[in-house]
Write a protein that binds this ligand. Structure first.
Ligand code: NAD
Length: 357
């Protein structure tokens, strides 16, 4: 076996249907008593349910801030931080997708208050020490172990309302973390095992969610897979796929999970010749692969009926060249060297919605 180093990230995870009822005990365990609830606009039903559970345990809610926005704008974080101080809150509880998790991380790292996260999508952000923030249209990313939430509660009951179309793209976003973890420069047997288990769970669950959205078991299995994929994202270096999606999302404001969904088969196809061992392992977890992981991924995407073209997500044809310049401009570790002409072709195919080759 090859030598490896593995930094296990400190995180406490509570998993299970109905586990949100353990929230008051978790607040007490952290020795805090005045939570500020964070949510996205239009999702006040989530924070209302949390309020009922917390107040039933005779804990006072300091306040609710339901204004989280995508890409964690610093202006929103400043408003939330000022609100936290004005209501004397001593912890934050984020409930929702990656956008709210981002706000929870941003407030927690600025103020030092602990963060309990209850994720309701499969973005995986709650398991990473990474915070991406936007200011004046520019997105910057930083990593610090203190950014990790103190506790993550995975309760699939709160994912039942997530529309199958968002489950699908959010689930492929999670799968993308695990795919890149398999060939990361710091990959090790533990992260590879978690990555394959995460992909297997999501690849099995997502089509079932699309077929029967009201069924609970696949929602739980998908959330379990998303946890594992988030965990490997938090401890692995990412390559071409994530860098490209970062460029596309940041420079052309394309939607996060959908962009990951369109780009994944193209990025994997680009790297495939350099990672035969990983491709063979991937073929064992995508049903229908028949020994060919790209075929298995393609079948999954078709079954989910997800978007396949960047042009359908709002990217202009003229942006292909600009995206190529930015994406090929910075060299970073990737199994296959970054060759500008092939990166351009990859982006063009993804833009047009062609099948990956
Ligand atoms: P999101 O949080 O914007 O959620 C997507 C949509 O789903 C929103 O409209 C939201 O209101 C809705 N939604 C969420 N939960 C729901 C539910 N249970 N029922 C019904 N609707 C629900 O998007 P996302 O894809 O979860 O997260 C994307 C963000 O997370 C981006 O800003 C991205 O940069 C960030 N992210 C960060 C990391 C990291 O490690 N720092 C990792 C992944 C993603």
């Amino acid at each position: 076996m090859k030598e490896f180093e593995y930094n296990v990230l400190p995180s406490r995870v509570i998993f299970g249907s109905g586990s949100v009822k353990k929230l008051p005990a978790e607040i007490q365990r952290l020795n805090v008593s005045r939570p500020l609830l964070l949510a996205t606009p239009g999702k006040s039903n989530f924070s209302n349910q949390l309020s009922d559970i917390i107040q039933a345990a005779a804990i006072t809610i300091a306040g609710t801030f339901p204004h989280a926005k995508a890409h964690t704008p610093t202006s929103v974080t400043e408003e939330a931080t000022a609100f936290l101080a004005s209501v004397a809150a001593d912890c934050v509880v984020s409930i929702g997708g990656g956008s709210v998790v981002g706000l929870g991380k941003a407030v927690s790292i600025r103020t030092g208050v602990p963060h309990i996260s209850i994720p309701t999508t499969y973005s995986g952000s709650e398991m990473t020490p990474i915070l991406g923030e936007t200011q004046n249209g520019k997105k910057t990313t930083r990593s610090d172990p203190k950014i990790l939430p103190a506790v993550v509660i995975y309760d699939a009951d709160f994912t039942m309302t997530l529309p199958p179309a968002i489950c699908s793209t959010s689930g492929i976003n999670a799968i993308a973390h695990a795919v890149e973890a398999l060939y990361a420069t710091n990959a090790n047997p533990i992260t590879s095992m978690l990555a394959l288990e995460g992909i297997k769970a999501l690849a099995a669950a997502l089509p079932q969610i699309v077929r029967s959205p009201e069924s609970q078991a696949p929602r739980e299995e998908a959330l379990y897979g998303a946890w594992l994929c988030g965990a490997v994202l938090g401890s692995s270096s990412m390559g071409l796929h994530h860098k490209l999606c970062h460029v596309l999302g940041g420079s052309f404001t394309l939607p996060h999970a959908e962009t990951h969904t369109v780009v994944l088969p193209h990025a994997l196809s680009y790297n495939a010749p350099a990672i035969p061992e990983q491709m063979a392992k991937l073929a064992t977890v995508f049903p229908g692969s028949n020994g060919d992981a790209l075929r298995g991924l393609e079948l999954l995407l078709q079954e989910l009926g997800v978007p396949r073209a960047l042009k359908d997500l709002g990217m202009e044809e003229g942006d292909i060249e600009k995206a190529t310049e930015i994406a090929a401009g910075n060299q970073y570790p990737n199994p296959r060297p970054l060759e500008k002409q092939w990166i351009r072709e990859l982006i063009r195919r993804a833009w047009a919605g062609e099948t990956a080759k």
